[in-house]
Design a protein around this ligand. Structure first.
Ligand code: CA
Length: 225
């Protein structure tokens, strides 16, 4: 279950991410409205947790843009404000639920559970593409009966591709998702891990390759024999 968490208070974002991940969800964190739109339209999420007061674009504006672009993921809005006009604005803009800060972790998990169940999603234990299967609990990558263990970073990088197998994934997205927006990671770090994964794909004789798309990023492709 993949969740996009949009919250500009880093300490709260970290706390919510930890709560979600301990309960078996994956959470991508972004810290401003513009990046939220980029992620929510570029990747598929089971739920978006969206703060109202954000830099660049506020949460209501983000929500309006997402609904205009037909992003159907349920949205749980977070805000420090508990006034009725704010709630009405959020629900009118297409939010599915609303939660006032501060909140108890149990309340968060109950609402997340209700919203993701409502959509009928199931917890994903495996990601598959072509001849590859990635076990998201063990980080074991399997192809035609052969398996190889991925390191944590290799796993995180490959997961981004397998969630979005037909999409061009930019270096910036990989850095934000795998290393974090405030990290010092560069294109070189990404290139190194992509090369590690390529070696493992080769070892498994997989038909899947990670192709570099010049100036844009990377995408999964069927390897040319
Ligand atoms: Ca905020």
């Amino acid at each position: 279950m993949q969740i996009l968490l949009v919250e500009d208070e880093v300490s709260l974002s970290n706390a919510v991410k930890t709560i979600l991940e301990r309960s078996g969800y994956f959470a991508d964190t972004v810290y401003d409205g513009r990046t939220a739109v980029e992620y929510a339209t570029g990747f598929v999420y089971d739920l978006i947790i969206l703060d109202v007061m954000l830099p660049e674009l506020d949460g209501f504006e983000v929500l309006r843009i997402l609904r205009q672009k037909s992003v159907a993921a349920p949205v749980l809005m977070l805000t420090a404000k508990s006034t009725v006009p704010d709630k009405v604005t959020g629900l009118n803009a297409g939010a599915d639920d609303y939660m006032t800060k501060p909140f108890h972790p149990d309340e968060l998990l109950a609402r997340v559970g209700a919203l993701t169940r409502r959509k009928g999603s199931v917890v994903i234990n495996e990601l598959t593409y072509q001849d590859l299967t990635l076990n998201v609990n063990s980080a074991l990558l399997t192809c035609c009966g052969e398996s190889v263990q991925l390191s944590k970073k290799e796993f995180e990088v490959l997961k981004v591709f397998l969630y979005n197998p037909t999409m061009i994934v930019t270096v910036e997205m990989l850095i934000n998702k795998v290393w974090g927006v405030d990290s010092d990671a560069t294109d070189n770090n990404v290139e190194v891990y992509i090369s590690f994964i390529r070696k493992k794909l080769k070892y498994l004789h997989s038909k899947v390759a990670i192709k570099k798309i010049q100036c844009l990023g990377y995408r999964l492709e069927e390897a040319k024999c």
